[in-house]
Design a protein around this ligand. Structure first.
Ligand code: SF4
Ligand code: SF4
Length: 292
């Protein structure tokens, strides 16, 4: 069957391109002795570059945070006439598999082997997906940039929400209607929060996805119903409380203690934890009030 042209229905063309890569790429793998995929079928959403949310992110997070048009102009400085409204942010959610989630839910102190491998090999695949989509769009004559792969993507240790980066994949996914934030700061999506997310900014017009929520915490039972809080007890270092997520405490554990653990145990130089993302009601779906 002949592949449809991007001009027929760009949203569908991009959605199919992402799904096909996730389904067929050999890189979607946990690199274990048996053939195991890192991710199941993804969710895809779109937001427009002129969405006021992107300016709101700057005002909340800090002036170092980049909007889609900032990023696009940094990458394509010659395109001075392109406006925010001419850009579409393509976001995706890559859900981890049932086995990964089940294995992680049984852990109490350190992340499971599959979880660590999703963090490492799964994120390498996520990077390949970003590159693949940029290339595919470019072959179709569409300029595109993957913010977190751009040379100017960086992290900041200052500001109210530090540590944070100058482009957040999860905030782009929120804008694209893919989920809302939980007490632990994870993004709760229709496929749960045990996932990885990514985005590409493209010079193309696509109808933005509907945001089926009005509040950024809507899917979290703690914020919406005053119940649950089950991620609090999942954290081995008490980095989650009724006041929210202590990013510094979390970082100390994940990026230092767990980096050492992962290096010694699996010989992989990465960090991981994510214990708060499995064994809780929002692991694999949007939780319902009776699960609180
Ligand atoms: S476990 Fe409960 S409180 Fe924590 S993020 Fe999920 S729904 Fe919210
Ligand atoms: S990732 Fe680990 S350390 Fe960080 S909040 Fe979740 S359980 Fe706690």
């Amino acid at each position: 069957m002949m592949e449809k042209d991007i001009t027929t229905n760009a949203g569908e063309w991009i959605t199919n391109a992402i799904k096909e890569f996730v389904a067929k790429s050999k890189e979607n793998s946990l690199a274990m002795s048996t053939d195991q995929k890192a991710f199941d079928t993804p969710l895809i959403g779109f937001s427009n570059g002129s969405d006021p949310l992107y300016d709101e992110y700057v005002s909340h997070i800090g002036d170092f945070y980049l909007t889609p048009i900032d990023l696009f102009r940094k990458f394509f400085p010659q395109e001075s006439t392109v406006a925010s409204k001419d850009l579409t942010i393509i976001s995706w959610v890559l859900p981890s598999t049932h086995l990964t989630r089940q294995e992680q839910a049984a852990m109490a102190k350190q992340p499971s082997e599959r979880w660590i491998k999703v963090r490492y090999y799964g994120e390498l695949f996520n990077e390949s997906l970003r590159r693949h989509l940029v290339l595919k769009l470019s072959d179709a004559g569409i300029q595109a940039v993957a913010p977190v792969l751009a040379p100017f993507w960086s992290r900041s240790d200052s500001g109210l929400y530090a540590p944070c980066s100058n482009w957040s994949e999860r905030h782009a996914a929120y804008a694209a209607g893919l989920g809302t934030f939980g007490l632990c700061d994870g993004l709760i999506t229709p496929l749960g929060k045990a996932m990885r997310t990514g985005s590409v900014i493209a010079h193309i017009s696509i109808t933005p996805s509907k945001r089926p929520y009005t509040d950024h915490h809507e899917y979290c039972l703690f914020y919406s119903h005053g119940t649950c809080g089950k991620c609090i007890s999942r954290c081995p270092v008490k980095a989650i409380s009724e006041s929210g997520h202590d990013k510094q405490k979390c970082r100390q554990y994940t990026e230092h203690e767990m980096n050492e653990y992962v290096r010694k145990t699996y010989g992989i130089n990465t960090y991981a934890c994510g214990l708060c993302q499995a064994g809780v009601p929002c692991t694999d779906h949007i939780p319902t009030p009776d699960e609180g």
